[in-house]
Write a protein that binds this ligand. Structure first.
Ligand code: C5P
Length: 258
């Protein structure tokens, strides 16, 4: 090809990775103390089915996902394996269960360590977000396939957010120090999607405590891109969230009935 007939770099299609094998890692090793006493959060029932099974099905519902790695409570891996064996899951997806760690970060790293080499794209999805719709999962995968190193689904905030200083003494009020512009804030959900090599490097490099994986990629100086999240991808954290999750499931069943 002559130089004239070669497309200019600006007009070339992005380096897409249409058929890159994608795996989902589901950290499910937390105790979920904010939900109240009882079984580990991921094993609590929603509509009669453990939350974790909903989350696994949500990942496996995407045709793009061919492996789901569940990171189980360290003393609960056998129970989780048994759960996966006894619930119907799509046959185009493989499943692995590995024991988790002390922190979410450690649990995700243990999940990454278990991935076979062919998986170049990784999703990380909280077991505590059992109802994420498949369209959101597909949108995250698509954005990584189109070349993003890291992708987060996110939604605008309804509440105004205040930054506070810690109280001077226990029982004292917390002074407000800033009000970030709400229009530029997003509440970030999962699954978050990554180029696998980037996420592995982030886990090797960043040792700070973080609450999501994308922030580790930000700390590497790389761009994280946002795709639209979904209101049904909320995190089940407090007792009221269970009520909402049951209502969403009931609405889905009603809609499926028509
Ligand atoms: O505590 P938080 O709600 O942020 O936990 C998010 C997810 O991380 C949950 O799915 C939880 O099970 C998981 N986790 C984990 N290992 C830990 C702590 C949390 O897999 N040690």
């Amino acid at each position: 090809m002559s130089d004239e007939s070669r497309p200019s770099p600006a007009r070339q299609a992005p380096a897409t990775r249409t058929n890159t094998p994608t795996a989902a890692v589901i950290p499910a090793a937390g105790r979920g103390v904010r939900l109240g006493p009882g079984a580990p959060k991921a094993l609590r029932a929603l509509g009669g089915t453990p939350m974790l099974i909903h989350a696994v099905r949500a990942m496996a519902a995407s045709r793009g996902v061919s492996l789901v790695v569940v990171v189980a409570p360290p003393d609960g891996a056998a129970e989780v394996k048994n759960l996966l064996d006894t619930h119907a899951l799509p046959e185009w997806t493989d499943f692995l269960v590995v024991p988790g760690g002390e922190t979410r970060q450690e649990s995700v790293r243990l999940g990454l360590d278990a991935l076979p080499p062919e998986y170049d794209i990784v999703l990380v999805h909280d077991a505590a977000r059992p109802l994420v719709p498949v369209d959101t999962v597909d949108a995250v995968i698509e954005a990584v396939r189109e070349g993003a190193s890291a992708v987060v689904p996110a939604v605008p905030l309804a509440d105004t957010v205040k930054q506070v200083e810690p109280a001077a003494a226990p029982g004292e009020p917390e002074p407000v120090v800033a009000t970030p512009e709400r229009a530029r804030l997003r509440a970030v959900q999962t699954p978050q999607g990554f180029d696998r090599a980037t996420l592995v490097r982030a886990h090797e490099t960043v040792t700070d405590d973080v609450t999501d994986d994308a922030s580790m990629v930000e700390q590497l100086g790389l761009t994280v891109v946002v795709v639209p999240g979904h209101e049904e991808a909320f995190k089940v954290t407090r007792p009221l969230d269970l009520v909402l999750a049951e209502a969403v499931l009931a609405r889905r069943r009603l809609n499926d009935g028509f």
